[in-house]
Design a protein around this ligand. Structure first.
Ligand code: AHM
Ligand code: MG
Length: 337
């Protein structure tokens, strides 16, 4: 069977009635190409001197891995010259990255987490690259882009996706017309569609959470997990299974394929950090993918994609996946706000 390439898919999207704009198509092709380069670096590991810390901290105060920095550079370099972007923002950079004056400025804003799950890099477990695309305000062609231009709700995303570097390298993407998966064919050097549109299977009794934080969670979160843990004789009347990879991309990918719920909830440790995950680089793009696949994404009080951001590196509580499971958790929060 002849498989469809990413390029063919994007051309088809361009020919639809609600056409994918040419600049957005170019943007996705370039991000996908950068993800190929990142995949090569990830695969080289120790043989290419890719492992370990670089000895610096990022804006979040986290130790930066060599691959965090390399992947960040690959994405910046690949996306500077095409004329499709007004600016970029990254989990690994304190502030936004402007397009150099020597290149034309485009209509879009690109945000990314270059290596998500980077604590897994040195132990050869799955990591990924997450990206989110917003439209720049119309007047940016005549002025400098600012951080405020990026502070748009997730509902304004025009595309989002992730590359996952696991046993296979895959690209999972939505341009607002469902979620599609592409595998990296290393012989051809191209992304080839392997599945889509993806729909989250319902009813899988599997949750993903870092249980070691239990004592810090809010009461409704503790109740939800206690019910899952109680087994057949408890409130849920069923046994649940648990999985936690330490890479959001891997946990969300599993949920897209076989269902369940992913949780990194609000916790009480640091009032300035309502959760671990970042709204703009993790929760919004993954929320977009999950909703496009029929799931729900919720922060404890509201739909994640409706949050009006107040800072580029803002953190947020995250619950996403199977709509029925997220709805149940939402009802616990509503009963005990
Ligand atoms: P990172 O982007 O710095 O790698 O951090 C995000 C990761 C997520 O992929 C994952 O769900 C979470 O952090 C794991 O956290 P923990 O170390 O508490 O298990
Ligand atoms: Mg991350």
């Amino acid at each position: 069977m002849q498989h469809k390439t990413l390029t063919q898919f994007l051309v088809e999207q361009q020919r639809r009635e609600a056409a994918l704009p040419a600049q957005l198509r170019l943007l996705i092709e370039i991000v996908a190409r950068a993800c190929k380069a990142i995949s090569i670096s990830v695969n080289k590991g120790a043989l290419g001197g890719m492992l370990g810390d670089i000895g610096s901290e990022n804006v979040q105060g986290e130790a930066q891995k060599k691959l965090d920095v390399i992947a960040n550079e690959r994405l910046l370099e690949a996306n500077e010259w095409g004329g499709h972007l007004a600016a970029m923002a990254s989990e690994e950079m304190e502030t936004i990255h402007l397009i150099p004056n020597r290149y034309p400025k485009g209509e879009y804003l690109l945000l990314f987490d270059p290596i998500d799950g980077s604590s897994n890099v040195d132990v050869n477990l799955t990591v990924g690259t997450i990206f989110s695309v917003l439209k720049a305000p119309e007047d940016v062609s005549g002025r400098a882009v600012t951080e405020e231009d990026f502070l748009q709700a997730g509902t304004r995303q025009v595309a989002a996706g992730y590359a996952i570097f696991g046993p296979q390298t895959l690209l999972v993407l939505s341009v607002g017309t469902g979620v599609y998966e592409f595998g990296l064919d290393r012989e051809m050097g191209s992304w080839v569609m392997t599945q889509g549109p993806l729909t989250i299977p319902t009813g899988n009794r599997e949750f993903a959470i870092n249980m070691s934080n239990e004592r810090h969670w809010a009461p409704p979160m503790r109740r939800y997990i206690a019910d899952c843990m109680a087994g057949k004789t408890g409130a849920r009347g069923a046994d649940f299974n648990m999985r936690w990879t330490g890479s959001m991309v891997a946990d969300i990918h599993r949920i897209l394929k076989r269902g369940g719920i992913f949780l990194y909830p609000w916790d009480s440790r640091d009032p300035a950090k309502p959760g671990k995950l970042r709204l703009m680089y993790e929760a919004n793009p993954m929320g977009y993918i999950v909703e496009q696949a029929g799931g729900t994404a919720f922060d404890g009080t509201r739909r994640i994609m409706e949050i009006a951001p107040n800072a580029l590196h803002q953190r947020v509580g995250v619950a996403m996946g199977d709509e029925a499971e997220v709805a149940r958790l939402m009802s616990y929060y509503a009963e005990d706000p």
